[in-house]
Each structure stands twice: as C-alpha cells, then as structure tokens.
Design a protein around this ligand. Sequence first.
Ligand code: IFM
Length: 456
Amino acid sequence: MTPGNGFPAGFLWGAATSAYQIEGSPLADGAGPSNWHVFSHTPGCTHDGDTGDVACDHYRLWRQDLDLMAGMGLNAYRFSVAWSRVQPDGRGAVNPAGLAFYDRLVDALLERSLAPNLTLYHWDLPAALEEAGGWTNPEIVDRFAQYARILARALGDRVAMWSTLNEPWVVVNAGYLHGVHAPGRRDPAAAMRAAHHLLLGHGAAVRAVRDESPRARVGIVVNIEPKYPASTDPADVAATARADAAMNRLYLDPLLLGRYPEEMPAIYGDAWPDHPAGDFALIREPLDFLGVNYYTRAVVRHDDDVPFLRAAPVPQPDVEHTDLAWEVHPASLTRTLLWLRERYGSIPLYITENGAAFPDPDTSPPEGLDDRRRVAYFRGHLRALREAIAHGSDVRGYFAWSLLDNFEWACGYAKRFGIVHVDFATQMRTPKASARYYAEVVRTNGAEFDAPEVPQ
Ligand code: IFM
C-alpha cells in the first residue's frame, strides 16, 4: 500500500456488512428468533415478503467472503453480531455455538490481516426482548451491557475496535415511530423513550466493554444527513433546524455535549419525556471514536402537514439519485466532517458506511458487472473525504457499504448495495467493477483519484 496521497498512515480501508442482512440460517445452532425474523415473516412487512432466512448464506460461506476482502487488499472488516445467536432470548445463559461462530470469524479475519471492527447492535434484537417492550423498556439497558460484557470477555483479546449501536435514529424512527422496520410500532412516546434507552444502553455497553478489555477502542455509529433550507424564508430555516435536531443532534448532542437539542420538547410535545439529569453522565461516557455513516443530504421546507417535525424534504431536480431516491451529494460529506469538528471538537472519526444502491446493468461483460454509477459514487465521496482530511478532519478509516448485495431491510433483495454481486439463486459471488475500483484505491492509498476520469 502506498503511504500518503492525503490519507494518514495506518488508514483503515474496509468493507461493512451486518448480521441479519447477510448471514442467513437465523435459527441455526441454538439461536433464538430476532425481531427482524418475526417482522420479515409477518405478511406485508417487506418487499415481496423477503426474509433473512438465507440472505447471502454467509453463516456457511463466510470463509469465501473473507477471502474476497483479502483479495481486494482490504485491511479491515466491519461486521455485526446477532445478539440472538449469543443469547437466544437476550438474557441469561450464553449459547456456545452462536458465540463460536464469531470466535472463528475473528480468528480468520486476523489470519487474513483484516482488522475486525465489531458492531454489537445492528437492529436485530432477540424477539423475547422485543416482546418485553424492546428499547422502550428500561430493563434493556442492563441487558445490553450484559451482552456487551459477554462478547468483550470472549473476543476482547483479539477485537480492538468496538461499536455499540448502528444508527440509533433508524432504530427509533423506522422501528418505533413510523413502523416500517421491526418491531413495526407507530408510537411517538415509545419512540422517544427508545431513543433515551438506546443512548443509556450505549453508555452502559461502553463501560462493560472497557471493563472486560482495557485495550478496546469503543465508539458508536450514527448516520448523519446534513440539512439545508430550501429557501431563506425563516419558516424553512426553522424547519431545517428541527429536522437536523431530530435526526442528527438528537444523538450527537447527548453523546458529546451531555444534553438534548433545545428543539426537542417543541417538536414532540407530550411525547417528549423528562430525563433525569444524572443519566447524561452515562450517555456521555467518553468515546474513542465516532463512526459516521454518510449517504446523502436533505433540502428541507416547512410543512404543517408533517406531524411533529412540520418539515418535509424537497427533492432536487436534475441531479443524480440512487435507487433509493437518495440524492448523490459528495460535497455534503466534506461539510458533515468539518461540521462535526466545529461543533463537537476533535474526535477520531471513521466513515463506517458509504455507498449506493443502483440497479445492475442488464448485461455484464465476462469480467463482471460494470456498475459504473457506483464507481463514480465512490470516487466522488472518497475525494470529498480526502478534502475533509486536508482541512483537518481526523478521519482514520473508510468502510464501503456494502461488501455484498444483501437483505436491504424492508426493501428485501430489491435494492443492491454490494461491490460484490450475489446471485441469490446460486449464492455465486462476482466482484463488480466497483470492487476492482476500490481495490485500486486501496492499493494506491488514494492516488487513483488523481488519474484522469474515464469518459462514461
Ligand atoms: O443497509 C443499510 C445498513 O444496514 C445501515 N445503513 C444504511 C444501509 C443502506 O440503507
């Protein structure tokens, strides 16, 4: 790997996945059902009734997936652990066979010089805990810390990088507020309670991991979507501040400043609970790093018809959008990273997810799918990342989302994010042009960006 080219020494170049999206075999070897197992098996909850029953069959094919990453020259892998494999009902006794899967995975990563970057919770909660109220039940804070302790005790000698939660905003908004993800609830007061318990659970898990593994570096992963006002009208400007507070600052402010954004009571009214002042010491447990998932931005206008937020996104004409209708806007990645430093001070950052869903080209050449729109997405965002680093942002690694086409939650298998194509009928993996492109970026440590653009 060539040092320099704007990326610091020791920069992590990785790919990311999550357990329920790729593993399949959700009930194998004594695992319990997760909330996503229940949700995806509930008619009408996912596209075409898709489930994670098979997914990418990574539970059985994991060695070849690790070989793919090693073949690309990556030096890190971000994955999540399925809580219900380790503790089938989320409490009490450990299921040794479930834990053994991750134990083998970690050893095999290290054998391939891939640094393990482990996420404890990427949305799949043991169903028994969800039945007891999930993240709305304060009991979960201790349960989550106990689970974190089990994993840190088992893997902390080999895993140096730990994230507690992935994207708490999605857990709260999609799962408890809008009901489009597991557990499918539509309850604003429950959603706001869940937000607080996620943050408390995070703090308790940070302490548990550090207790068991003093060398562990522990952080959290948030998805940040910068908001821009659609006009200079004060109503649009205020709506933009509300949207930013409810999505970005709702998590970052308590984690890093020890308080909730001042807009929250006005946004959620009676659904916004009082919080004991003492809770913030736990939530604000110092972080070793912040993981940033960046995909898109939003332009926002005032809209009285939108409950609570009274703000709506304004689709931008004549610009590229991905298959999920997310605007492609690399400059907002630079802005996000610089804003984080301005608002919260210098904290080590990792881009823990960045990538795009695009439909596959209809025909593929023998060397594999030519997903040139995804290549352009990565090139644009990696350049934007380098720009932020040049302006002082302390970014230490980048993880492409995703290694494999996978189960894209409520969209099932209809949206493809992988740099490696998965034929879900045969489980055959085929690296796409974006995988070859990313391997070249990694090999040259970013020098590739300065090569002339190939006309499309
Ligand atoms: O697939 C998801 C992932 O699980 C969390 N971040 C966003 C990705 C794309 O929607």
